[in-house]
Write a protein that binds this ligand. Structure first.
Ligand code: AMP
Ligand code: FE
Ligand code: FE
Ligand code: ZN
Length: 273
């Protein structure tokens, strides 16, 4: 069984519509996927409705948290995509992300690489509800201010770079509560190793259920440290490609096994036998 529990659609900063993503996932040989858009659940029901035979779609979200000035992403799995508080959060996030993008555009203007808000919307293809740094990066490339997407992050938009602003949406404790309130389990996505050592016990005390141990291009030592911590702290393990588009390779090119994420899937009532 091949599983990928971290995928983005065009409802946030991914390139594929939910209905196209499920088809591509099945074509890539995946059996179970999770839709985990940034601060959005709008793609979940659509993906579930369009899922081809043989593909199970887990309802997910990737909540953008700001923790001591750093961005921490908390994945919620098996959330109810109709949960009132969750939907209130996602609409607030939509609004707040628009304001953040406008503020980032002011910074870029001052840095001599101005693009307009309409340029960003155009770069988002008019479909993204959750505007973010990737859409701004694409607008910078389209305007010719940078020659590549990665240059946009390296020079302007990456963490700590001059046009980067925190999402400032929610704290880690609140995100865990939000996910639990919507019936889900909360998992720390792609933890930064230093922050992980410093904060994992605190996050567990706040109710964190799991940690993302498996992702493409991670150092084997990093994976082993996370697996060991998960065992010691009795945390669920998750994993996925964090796929955003074709530039991440084909869907199914990376997958995790039922052995690795079976206990997590069991929490959502998924049998991996
Ligand atoms: P935001 O939620 O607006 O802060 O954007 C975060 C997203 O930006 C991540 O999920 C990635 O898709 C992308 N991203 C962040 N840092 C980088 C980077 N250094 N290079 C490429 N993409 C990045
Ligand atoms: Fe992203
Ligand atoms: Fe993330
Ligand atoms: Zn992600």
């Amino acid at each position: 069984m091949r599983v990928d529990l971290h995928l983005h659609t065009s409802r946030s900063d991914g390139s594929l519509e939910p209905r196209d993503l499920v088809r591509a996932a099945r074509a890539g040989g995946l059996d179970v996927i999770a839709i985990t858009d940034h601060d959005a659940v709008a793609g979940v029901l659509e993906a579930q409705d369009a899922a081809p035979p043989g593909l199970a779609v887990v309802a997910g979200i990737e909540v953008s948290c700001t923790h001591a000035g750093a961005e921490v992403h908390v994945l919620g799995y098996f959330v109810d995509p109709r949960n009132t508080k969750l939907l209130a959060y996602t609409s607030e996030a939509e609004e707040s992300r628009r304001r953040r993008v406008r503020a980032m555009l002011e910074r870029l203007e001052a840095l001599g690489v101005g693009v307009s808000y309409d340029d960003v919307l155009a770069a988002a293809g008019g479909r993204a509800l959750m505007l973010g740094r990737p859409h701004v990066a694409r607008a910078l490339v389209a305007a010719g201010h940078v020659s590549s997407y990665s240059e946009a992050f390296d020079r302007f938009l990456g963490d700590g770079r001059p046009a980067c602003l925190p999402t400032d949406l929610i704290s880690v404790a609140e995100a865990i509560e939000l996910v639990h309130g919507a019936g889900g389990v909360a998992v720390w996505a792609h933890p930064d190793p230093t922050l992980f050592d410093l904060e994992i016990r605190r996050f567990v005390a706040w109710g964190l259920d799991g940690v993302e141990c498996y992702r493409p291009n991670a150092m084997p030592t990093e994976r082993m440290l996370l697996e060991t911590a998960a065992r010691d702290l009795r945390l669920l393990r998750s994993g996925g490609s964090d796929w955003h588009g074709a530039w991440n390779g084909p869907l199914g090119g990376f997958s995790v096994s039922a052995a690795d994420v079976g206990p997590l899937l069991a929490r959502g009532g998924f049998s991996t036998a």
